[in-house]
Ligand binder design. Structure first.
Ligand SMILES: [Zn+2]
Length: 249
């Protein structure tokens, strides 16, 4: 086999690992204020332990970890396994995407995995993450669906959105707290827009049942639970199923 065939998968893997590496530090530094965009992209440029500045050779995903044998160069402390785990996962998602000719699914998968972790830890979905998924869906629909299908889905999504907003405001008025987050409503709007009916209704049911099951199993009836992570998880499962096995519903 010509070695050129390997260049594209390897490049995709590097891109996947780099995006994953950036998302891990976005996750760690959630709610941190940045002066400008460059600061945000290069924020993980100091050692986790002694805050010394890292040099360029320490910034390569996966490779830096391997060359430094899992230890920081400055103070020889073991670097958390989280970085290497997510960088390899990001690389695999992108290599699989390019090989199976579905690189667009890789972008969706990596942003949904980030959303799940973020929502579970901080009970929030970053707005850029939510808007990224919505944009992804709009592009997918634009290139792969007929106008009438898009209009049908848009109608279903708008109806779902109105019902959910009514629930949101009545809950807020009666109980004084949010029963469902606005970010979850936006995510559900995206799901209805993408899958239409009845598939998105199945998705909503599965996500709700899973959350209820989790609450019963963990017996945490009083604490706040993330719902967006469940919607996003099923969103990804449905998308992968649709891509490789045909339509849902
Ligand atoms: Zn150090």
């Amino acid at each position: 086999m010509n070695s050129l065939y390997l260049v594209i998968p390897v490049l995709s893997g590097i891109i996947g690992a780099s995006i994953a590496s950036w998302l891990v530090q976005e996750y760690d530094n959630y709610r941190r204020e940045y002066k400008n965009f460059t600061d945000r992209v290069f924020v993980r440029s100091t050692c986790d332990f002694c805050q010394k500045n890292l040099n360029l050779s320490e910034l390569f995903p996966v490779f830096s970890y391997l060359f430094q044998r899992g230890k920081s160069r400055c103070c020889k402390k073991p670097i958390t396994k989280k970085y290497i785990f997510f960088e390899i996962l990001g690389a695999l998602i992108f290599v699989f995407g390019i090989i199976s000719n579905s690189l667009q699914i890789s972008f969706l998968a990596i942003s949904i995995i980030f959303l799940i972790f973020c929502d579970e830890k901080y009970q929030e979905i970053p707005i850029w993450n939510n808007l990224f998924i919505l944009t992804w869906v709009v592009l997918e629909l634009y290139f792969n669906h007929s106008n009438s299908q898009i209009l049908q889905n848009l109608f279903a999504a708008s109806c779902a959105c109105i019902i959910l907003l009514l629930i949101y405001y009545s809950y807020l008025k009666i109980k004084g707290t949010e029963g469902i987050g606005l970010a979850d409503i936006l995510l559900l709007f995206t799901a209805f827009l993408y899958f239409g009916l009845p598939a998105s209704f199945y998705l909503l049911t599965l996500a709700s049942l899973s959350l209820i099951l989790k609450i019963i199993l963990t017996q945490q009836y009083k604490s706040k639970h993330a719902f967006g992570s469940w919607i996003a998880g099923f969103f990804l499962m449905f998308t992968v199923y649709q891509e490789f096995y045909g339509t849902v519903g």
